[in-house]
Design a protein around this ligand. Structure first.
Ligand code: SF4
Ligand SMILES: [Zn+2]
Ligand SMILES: [Zn+2]
Length: 315
């Protein structure tokens, strides 16, 4: 197996491009794919201040590293979700990455700053943990970007993530979600611009990127993700991809080219949002969903993460 560019021994094969690369040319391929996504979807301009949502996993650390390599200015934001040992370890990886490179990492701790954690919020609302988690992360990333004057929030969603979400949304024709699947969501209604520069890279490629760049990351999956339907959608798409390399890419990028404009983004296209009376974030009612979550969990006894994972494994 030889590198497509220099004919030296290759370290990775990328079947959907019918290409193999050595270490250096693979790293260049990753940078090129990210720059291409940034340019094609107008994600960021030179000189802008970016805020990367950092989880401590491979994708968020890879995107932070790639943006810096490409010359962008990017700080990180880590949210302590209170998901037991998983959150403790994830925070350590995020901190170590920032410290080693002398980068600015903002930290928000849900429990000490807002009075709840994800397992408790899930138990109180009787909904899957990812629901309270997604809501909290969106709210806190948006708020931090506004407060810090950042031009855009960057997330580490990769091609596998976006194709799996699209697959799930199409299976149920969730048209309100389809409108939000662009890799760049423009700033509007008090929401900052949101961008996903890794949409041209797969999970396997971001993992390989981290290994080749010597980036240590949290390899464990979040314990709340077990049984998550997106993991099943990923498995289903991986089976198709194994038979027909490139299907995942075409599924997502043809959707962007041919269909996404038919759907609206309720957050950005709506004209009815008003500032939340408690925190000032854009809200569809008087009080935003995050402030309602704070209220609902205010008197709840903390629920340990093991309680939810045990309950799940019994089902
Ligand atoms: S799997 Fe769900 S609960 Fe865990 S970090 Fe992701 S969104 Fe949050
Ligand atoms: Zn090479
Ligand atoms: Zn609010």
């Amino acid at each position: 197996m030889k590198c497509r560019v220099c004919r030296e021994p290759a370290v990775i094969d990328i079947r959907r491009h019918n290409a193999n690369f050595c270490r250096d040319h693979f790293l260049r391929y990753c940078r090129d794919q990210v720059q291409r996504a940034i340019d094609e979807f107008e994600m960021a301009a030179p000189g802008e201040q970016l805020l990367v949502a950092v989880s401590g996993g491979k994708d968020s650390l890879a995107v932070w590293d790639l943006l810096l390599e490409l010359g962008y200015q990017a700080d990180g934001l880590y949210i302590g979700l209170g998901i037991g040992g998983y959150s403790d370890v994830s925070g350590e990886y995020a901190r170590a990455f920032a410290e080693q490179r002398n980068l600015h990492l903002i930290e928000i701790d849900l429990r000490s700053e807002h009075g709840f954690d994800i397992p408790t919020a899930s138990a109180v609302t009787r909904r899957v943990p990812c629901s309270a988690c997604g809501l909290s992360k969106r709210h806190l990333f948006d708020g931090a970007a506004r407060a810090g004057g950042y031009d855009a929030v960057v997330t580490g969603h990769n091609l596998d993530d976006e194709a799996a979400v699209l697959y799930g949304n199409v299976l149920r024709w969730q048209t309100d979600y389809l409108g939000r699947q662009r890799p760049t969501l423009r700033a509007a209604n008090g929401f900052p611009r949101k961008v996903k520069p890794l949409v041209r890279l797969t999970e396997r490629e971001t993992a390989a990127y981290c290994i080749l760049r010597g980036i240590d990351y949290q390899v464990e999956e979040c314990p709340m993700a077990a049984g998550n339907k997106h993991l099943r959608y990923k498995d289903a798409l991986n089976e198709v991809e194994a038979q027909s390399p490139g299907t995942k890419h075409d599924f997502y990028f043809r959707f962007l080219r041919q269909a996404v404009d038919r759907f609206v983004d309720a957050d950005r296209d709506a004209s009815t949002l008003e500032p939340c009376v408690r925190c000032g974030s854009p809200a569809s009612g008087e009080v935003c969903s995050f402030c309602r979550l704070i209220e609902r969990t205010a008197d709840a006894r903390p629920v340990p993460v093991e309680f939810l994972t045990r309950r799940k494994s019994k089902k």
